[in-house]
Design a protein around this ligand. Structure first.
Ligand code: PCD
Length: 778
């Protein structure tokens, strides 16, 4: 624990020996290419695959009709909606899957896909939520019986009456509308699968890019009717997930179904534009925030109203009882008496999604809202935003803290993290410099942005959190072998986070063995214990806890063997965490290690004990964990061009006890880069015909090393009181916490001239328009 152990997995990654789905090659393997609709809303009149079938190498053209025979034409989404695997009647978004061509190689499959003739009756599309909810909007979901409009669901949280009253009686109220634009997680590896049905064993293996192999197996079993023990999901190395690989996509199902029907392995690998245009999107929340406060900046109430675009199907990937994810964490780090939130969601002719792109289920949207609103309030009152935060923070002695929307925060110390960040950033000096530039009418304005976020990560508990009915626990299975080396199998699945290292560190710490003597396996449903997968920064809070507990079970058993070997009574044997040994109380020289005990467990086991040294734990967390942090961003805004440059970027994170500070640092760097992409560059847009206008890397701008400044990271440590090793999650914090800090900084640069909000992405043209409106342009 706490050591900067080098990442064990990196040897294979940096020497080109990773094994990703596209590296899986099977004898006789066929290739699948999907035919996608160029229209966003259209009825299919006819599909003619004859020209494709006539091509050399094309083996089959599949349509919904073929899948209907096997009852596979539709599939359930994780939010209990029904999505077409291949369009049966009506296309509902551009690039939706219409047909599949299976061929001997990828080239033939691609040529074939171009020769499938589909005739469409094109309908009027609706791409934004507001238009979709108008009375005369064309109906998108006529497949849902009795549906007459595009309304998807409504949701509310908190106490409306008490909140309204607080607003009526407030000395000061502020309000701001802000749009959290549609984003797309863009892992380097796109989605893909190899379906491999073995008729001899009557067993279906699917190698796929999955962040959650077990739940995917359960869903495959439910949808296909193939018994669950005859399905094996293997998620080999995954080249980034970011929430994109939590849902089940039509391509996976088609590859598996085609393999079953044709009795040959079938590979489907998505292209970049297919990934961006058709797989789960994130955000697309149009939010209205309000704060009621006293004149000296005490927040009395928060009110928020959201219009959410859910795309053509409700396919959000989140715990099923939370239709708006964990958005109701929107009171953030502040001790607020009352709050109320409401939300309406609409179906539109856009790709389905609402996935947790590095945001632990809409926490990003919530944090953006509250951290932006605190800045709006500070500007309205003419107060320092750091002071407004200090005035309202939940205090360390208030934990466990129950929020007005029902969350139970485990621990926190927000002011210490903020002070640390302000000091690292040289806050006061920059405030002076900011004023100097205003006074001297400088060409470049300085802006200082703060965000003091709180996250909620690590779902379960199982009683409130489930995916498709399966409770969100997680698991660990540890086997210590006769020579003292160990294998840990977990129900979560790394996509780059470094689990093969950090999870080995947990076992090493608990058993006093070397990190190199523990191998971590995951991503194979045939061998790993059942778990709900890696997203929502839940691996450390849930599977990490399971690992520590399983290791402690082994230690308990080892203790009785130790007593046997040390010829002492069990009560007299103690575990010394420092040296990683058992010794006899009062006689530290009489000691034995777990490695020595392992030999005993197999070669000289005590009479009353079972031989062997293994343990399993399924962990249902009592609560989630609440990591937090304070970020301070200092930007220069060029009054001539609207360009924003980062002068300083400070991130202080608190994720409780830290397993591997180097890996955490890497997580923070990556997440901050994604936060910068969000704030400055990325957005999926549509034109009136429903065409995706940000559907490739020419138009969907990802930040590169060129746009990323040096980050200065710091940390505080406030352990989780209920986690066995006191750890909280951290993977999503930087993406959650950074966008409001960046926007606050850009707003701050122009706030003296009355600018109260700038929408993301803050490209130079967007910023320049604000400069012009405020009379600041050069
Ligand atoms: N850690 C440590 N310590 C502490 C915590 C943590 O050390 N205290 C570490 C661990 O172990 C790992 C990491 O760190 O390794 C992380 O963790 P977490 O927080 O628990 O988390 P996870 O679960 O593992 O993961 C998940 C996340 C998410 S969620 C996301 S998005 C992203 C992140 O993760 N993704 C990714 N990061 C990353 N990285 C990479 N490389 N890749 C990727 O893909 Mo979602 O919901 O899915 O949207």
């Amino acid at each position: 624990m706490g050591e900067e152990v080098s990442r064990k997995e990196d040897r294979r990654f940096i020497t080109g020996r990773g094994n990703y789905v596209d590296d899986v090659k099977k004898p006789g393997m066929l290739h699948c290419e999907l035919v996608r609709s160029p229209h966003a809303h259209a009825r299919i009149e006819e599909i003619d695959g004859s020209r494709a079938m006539a091509l050399d190498g094309v083996v089959a053209v599949l349509t919904a009709d073929d899948l209907l025979e096997y009852d596979l034409a539709t599939m359930p989404t994780l939010m209990d909606d029904t999505q077409d695997v291949l369009v049966n009647d009506k296309v509902k978004f551009q690039s939706q899957e219409v047909a599949a061509v299976i061929a001997e190689d990828r080239y033939a499959a691609k040529d074939g896909a171009e020769k499938v003739d589909v005739s469409y009756d094109v309908l009027e599309p609706v791409v934004d939520a507001e238009t979709a909810l108008e009375d005369d909007a064309p109906l998108i979901r006529d497949d849902i019986e009795g549906k007459e409009d595009n309304h998807c669901f409504d949701w509310e949280t908190g106490d409306e009456e008490a909140t309204d009253e607080a607003f009526e009686n407030a000395a000061v109220t502020v309000e701001e509308e802000m749009f959290y634009q549609r984003l797309h997680p863009a892992p380097i590896e796109t989605c893909g699968a190899v379906g491999d049905y073995d008729p001899g064993k009557d067993k279906l293996t699917v190698h796929m890019t999955s962040q959650a192999p077990h739940i995917h197996r359960t869903l495959f079993a439910q949808v296909s009717g193939i018994p669950e023990h005859k399905i094996r999901i293997v998620s080999p190395d995954v080249g980034g997930g970011f929430g994109n690989k939590v849902p089940i996509y039509p391509g996976y199902v088609v590859a598996a179904a085609a393999s079953y029907v044709l009795e040959r392995p079938v590979k489907w690998i998505e292209e970049r534009s297919e990934n961006i245009q058709s797989t789960g999107f994130a955000r697309d929340y149009d939010m209205n925030g309000e704060i009621a406060a006293t004149e000296d900046g005490e927040i009395r109430a928060i009110r928020v109203d959201v219009l959410a675009n859910h795309g053509a199907y409700n396919a959000a990937a989140q715990p099923s009882k939370f239709p708006a994810g964990f958005f109701n964490i929107f009171t953030g780090s502040y001790d607020v008496e009352t709050a109320y939130g409401s939300l309406s969601a609409a179906y539109t002719n856009t790709a389905p999604g609402g996935i947790a792109y590095r945001c632990s289920f809409r926490v990003t949207e919530a944090v953006y809202l509250v951290e932006r609103m605190v800045k709006v309030l500070a500007d309205e009152l003419g107060m320092d935003p750091a002071d407004v935060r200090r005035r309202n923070f939940i205090q360390p002695d208030q934990f466990p803290y129950e929020s007005p929307t029902g969350w139970n925060y485990d621990s926190g110390d927000y002011e210490t993290a903020l002070d640390e960040a302000l000091e690292m950033a040289d806050y006061e000096a920059y405030r002076d410099e900011q004023q100097r530039r205003i006074d001297e009418d400088a060409d470049k304005l300085l802006g200082i942005g703060i965000s003091s976020f709180t996250e909620v990560v690590g779902a379960g508990p199982g009683k409130s959190c489930d995916i498709a009915g399966v409770e969100m626990f997680d698991s660990a299975d540890i086997r210590v072998h006769p020579t003292g080396k160990a294998t840990l199998r977990v129900g979560v699945q790394t996509q780059g986070q470094g689990h093969e290292t950090t999870f080995a560190q947990i076992v090493a710490e608990e058993l006093g063995i070397d990190v190199d003597d523990v191998v971590v396996e995951h991503g194979d449903t045939d061998t790993d214990p059942y778990g709900l997968g890696t997203y929502g920064s839940r691996s450390t809070p849930v599977a990490g806890a399971a690992t520590a507990i399983a290791a402690r079970k082994i230690r308990d058993k080892a203790k009785s063997i130790a007593a046997n070997e040390l010829e002492a009574a069990e009560e007299d044997v103690e575990w010394d965490r420092e040296s990683g040994e058992f010794h006899v109380a009062g006689a530290p020289e009489r000691s034995v290690t777990v490695t020595e005990i392992a030999a005993g467990a197999y070669m000289n086991h005590p009479g009353g004990e079972e031989p062997g040294l293994e343990a399993v734990n399924y962990y249902d967390p009592p609560e989630m964990t609440y990591p937090f942090g304070s970020y301070v961003v200092i930007v220069e805004v060029d009054r001539e061009t609207g360009e924003v440059e980062f002068e300083k970027f400070v991130a202080v994170d608190d994720c409780g006890n830290r397993i591997n500070p180097m890996i955490i640092e890497g997580q923070i760097h990556g997440g901050l880069a994604q936060g910068i992409g969000t704030a400055m560059m990325e957005q999926i847009t549509f034109d009136d015909n429903g065409n995706v206008t940000g559907g490739d890397f020419m138009n969907y701008l990802l930040p590169t090393a060129m746009e990323i400044p040096e980050f200065e990271t710091g940390h505080t440590v406030t352990p989780s009181p209920h986690h066995p090793i006191g750890a909280k999650g951290v993977g999503e914090s930087p993406t959650v916490g950074s966008p409001p800090a960046i926007v606050n900084a850009v707003v701050d640069a122009m706030a003296h001239a009355g600018v109260s909000h700038v929408e993301m992405p803050m490209t130079p043209d967007v910023v320049w328009k604000h400069l012009e409106e405020a009379g600041l342009e050069r």
